[in-house]
Structure formats: C-alpha cells, structure tokens
Design a binder for this molecule. Structure first.
Ligand SMILES: Cc1cc2nc3c(=O)[nH]c(=O)nc-3n(C[C@H](O)[C@H](O)[C@H](O)COP(=O)(O)OP(=O)(O)OC[C@H]3O[C@@H](n4cnc5c(N)ncnc54)[C@H](O)[C@@H]3O)c2cc1C
Length: 396
C-alpha cells in the first residue's frame, strides 16, 4: 500500500473561493492540497457575468459596506493583475418608462464612485443624441439619454486558473483535479478518503470546504450534522457573435425587477443573466440554459435592440448556480430577501471550516477572513500583505 500523505491544509473545491484560500495558504508557506471533483474553475466560477464589480444594484438595498468592500477588491485587482482585467465604461440607457429615473441613477453612480474612494474611473451622463451616435441600433422610442459608470471585466475561468498557478512553484503547493472527497473522520488530524480513478487516503490538520452551491450536497454525503444553507438560484447567459452584434461598450438593460448585462469581450458578446430558483434535489453540475431563460434574454434584448438579429448571433451559452446562503433565522420562502449577500464561515466540526456565499469579486477578502480566523485559533500570525502579490500572464 502507498504511504499516506499528510497535509497541513486540505481545500475541497477548486472554484474561485478555493483558489483564493489555496493561494493565501501557500503564500503563508503552508503545505496545502487543493482538490476538485471536476476540473478547477469548471463550475460556477466559469459561468459568471465575468465582472469584478461593486454591484451597483445593491445600492438600491442600501448595502453600502458590501458595495464598498467589492469596489475595493475590484480596484485592487485592477492594479495587481492588469493583464487579466479591463476597466470599461458601462452605459445605462434611460427610457420614459424605465423603472429608475435619470436623476436617481445619476445620484447612484456618483455614490458608487465615492464608495470606491474615487478609484473608479468617473461616471457620467449622455444626451439621447450622444448615446445614439455610440449605439446606432439602440431603440430610440421614448429614449431620454444614458448614465455611465465603470467596472472591470475578466475571463473568469483563466483568471481563476492563474490564481492557482501563481503559487505552483512553491514546494508546499499540491493540486488534484477529478478527485472527489468521499469520506472524512470525526477529528483532526483528519483521515480522508479521496477518489479519482483510484481510491486513496490522506491526512490533514485542517479542512476547508469551498464547495459553493454544492455544499449542502457534500455535507449530506459526508454525513455531517448540517442544516442546509444554500438557496440555489440558476443564472444563464447567451454568448453572441461579435461580428453580428455591434456592441462597443457594455449596456445595462433595465427589466422591471432586475438588470441584464450586454458585455463585449475580446471574442464574443455576453448577454445575461437570468434568475431561476432550483430545488435542492436538482443536479447542479454542468448545467445548460433552458428554453424559458433563452426566450427571456432574447425578449429583453429586443426591447433595446429591435433591429439586431440576435437569434442568428447565438454561438454558445453558460449556466451556473449562485451560491446564495440563507440568512440566519429567515425561512427560505422569504427569498429573494432571505439570501445573504455576504460570505459566511461555518465550523461543522473542530478544525473544519466551510466558506460559502460572497461573489467572485471578493474572493481575496473571503480567503483572508477564513485563513486569518484559523491562524488566530492556532496562534499563528496572518500576513495580509502576502495576497497583494501581483499576478502576470505567463509569457508562453
Ligand atoms: C450567473 C452568475 C453570474 C455571476 N456573475 C458574477 C459576476 O459578474 N461577478 C461576481 O463577482 N460574481 C458573480 N457571480 C457569483 C460568482 O460566480 C460565485 O460567487 C463564485 O464563482 C462561486 O465560487 P465558488 O468557488 O464558491 O463555487 P464553484 O465555482 O462552484 O466551485 C465549487 C467547486 O466545488 C467542487 N466540488 C463539488 N463537490 C465536490 C466534492 N464532493 N469533492 C470535491 N470537489 C467538489 C465543484 O466541482 C466546483 O468546482 C455570478 C454567479 C452566477 C451563477
């Protein structure tokens, strides 16, 4: 039998949350193993709207500290990873019947800039004429003008992979894809059974679950005493041909209750997202867009761009599950208000942590919170500056 390998830390789940925790631990010189049942960044973290952003719509719910934290992270990554981030001007066209007025939104974007400590490039406004010059295919009926603000776009999959690879040269860094956790002992040092094409055992002092929307299912399978916490909400996008959809800058489409983004990337234009409640029993892996979601996105796109033939421009799709966490003391039937937008840390067993919720943008802060909490318990020093190491694209 092979010798059992010991790690100081095992991280289960290689989406952006697990990637951030792994990087922080390796930068602190801890012997760490990161595993994922599938490929790293293959689930939610490659199906996002591909923005690092403060979340302008949370201002409506007066979630100022949340927006401020995310804006800080967005602008930090803009500086630390310029090869992976691009700051773009987002346009919010305003119509006579838009759910929010011109001046309300103008005040909103100014507040957004101030919450960024003016690290955002400045927001602004355009007349109808100026806007139609930039977007000649935009529906002009009832159009008043536009408000603009700045956010960052990324390639979520490749940026996440770069976060993992950024520490790959350390002898403390160990990774395994296509490896599922199937059994864990009650106490630390934990004996853990992992399965890929083989089944084998490792041991670890601390285990951190970063399994996002899959967390309740993983806890059930591992027979933890755990009250389900995920409010699974599916979000899908359509990927459009750049040659067929003329979109020089991101456009924010205001629907009655929510917003939909149309965002140009290097090779495609991204349209989304949707919001569809899932049942805990549904499969969350490798999802597809449904016909209802597709129709919803097409309909809203056509309100804004009636002359563009979107049906012929669809080249692909994405779909993922938001890892929304139910707020303490609230019933899940009270959703969407029942979902906490903050990340949360749980300890279902001693030396075992669960980090869920939050968003892609805030992964560095999420990692810092869980790692510093564990270090404090172990009476070790946490160095916050380590995760501020810049990341560059490899030359090859
Ligand atoms: C449609 C949509 C749009 C979004 N847009 C944005 C955006 O623009 N900006 C933003 O900041 N945030 C956005 N978010 C939120 C963001 O994408 C998520 O918060 C983030 O990606 C969650 O990452 P995660 O690592 O927690 O989960 P995941 O990326 O899902 O990672 C969890 C991992 O756990 C693995 N796993 C599961 N079970 C096991 C097991 N038994 N053993 C081992 N591994 C296992 C899975 O394979 C998976 O890789 C969006 C989310 C959605 C759904």
């Amino acid at each position: 039998m092979d010798k059992v390998k010991h790690y100081e830390y095992l991280i289960v789940g290689g989406g952006i949350t697990g990637a951030g925790v792994y990087r922080d631990l390796v930068l602190h010189n801890k012997k760490t193993l990161l595993i994922d049942k599938k490929d790293f960044m293959s689930q939610t973290s490659s199906q996002s709207s591909k923005m690092l952003h403060g979340g302008i719509r949370y201002l409506e719910h007066l979630e100022f500290s949340l927006v401020q934290e995310a804006l800080h992270e967005k602008n930090t990554w803009k500086e630390l990873a310029p090869d992976f981030t691009e700051e773009l001007e987002f346009f919010i066209p305003i119509y006579k019947n838009s759910p929010h007025s011109f001046w309300k939104l103008y005040a909103g974007v100014k507040l957004y800039d101030s919450l960024s400590m003016f690290r955002n490039r400045p927001s602004g406004k355009l007349t109808k004429g100026q806007l139609l010059k930039k977007f000649p295919h935009l529906n002009s009926k009832g159009l008043i003008g536009a408000i603009t603000y700045h956010d960052v776009i990324i390639d979520d999959k490749n940026f996440g992979k770069a976060i993992i690879e950024s520490v790959s040269e350390s002898h403390q860094a160990h990774t395994l894809e296509s490896t599922e956790i199937i059994k864990i002992s009650e106490e630390s040092p934990f004996t853990i059974t992992l399965k890929n094409e083989k089944q084998f055992t490792i041991t670890a002092d601390e285990v951190i679950f970063c399994t996002g929307p899959f967390t309740d299912k993983v806890m059930k399978k591992l027979e933890f005493s755990w009250k389900p916490k995920i409010l699974p909400s599916k979000g899908s996008h359509l990927i459009l041909d750049k040659n067929k959809i003329d979109c020089p800058n991101p456009v924010v489409i205001q629907e009655k209750n929510r917003i939909i983004f149309l965002i140009p990337h290097n090779d495609f234009v991204l349209l989304g997202t949707t919001e569809l409640k899932l049942s805990p029993g549904d499969n969350f892996f490798d999802l597809d867009i449904s016909e209802i979601e597709k129709k919803y996105l097409i309909k809203n796109f056509k309100h804004y761009f009636p002359r563009l033939e979107i049906e012929n421009a669809i080249i692909n799709q994405t779909a993922g599950v938001r890892p929304l966490v139910i707020k303490e003391g609230i019933s899940e039937n009270q959703a969407p208000g029942a979902a906490s937008r903050q990340h949360l840390i749980f300890h279902p067993r001693n030396n075992c942590s669960i980090l869920i919720g939050g968003k892609y943008t805030t992964f560095r802060k999420m990692a810092a919170d869980v790692v510093s909490q564990i270090f404090s318990k172990r009476q070790e020093i946490y160095y916050p500056h380590l995760s501020l190491k810049p990341i560059h694209k490899s030359k090859s």
